[in-house]
Design a protein. Structure first.
Length: 71
């Protein structure tokens, strides 16, 4: 009997930081860039705070900062 799940497979995006920008690369290879000036919490965040994120239905949630970035 095949297994059935109603949960959609979550496709992870890739998140990187460089030159004062937040880069988000989607599974299809398209990339978006956001100036960190738009997100002062990220601009001043530690590497540990920046690395603690989850993909949500609407974008990215930086858990330790309580910050949501819509994509």
């Amino acid at each position: 009997m095949p297994l059935f799940t109603s949960r959609k497979q979550e496709k992870k995006v890739k998140v990187t930081f460089a030159n004062g920008l937040l880069f988000v690369e989607k599974p299809d290879g398209k990339q978006q860039a956001f100036p960190l000036e738009w997100f002062p919490q990220l601009l001043n965040a530690s590497d540990e705070e920046r690395e603690d994120w989850d993909q949500t239905d609407k974008g990215i949630r930086f858990n330790k900062l309580g910050l949501d970035v819509s994509l």
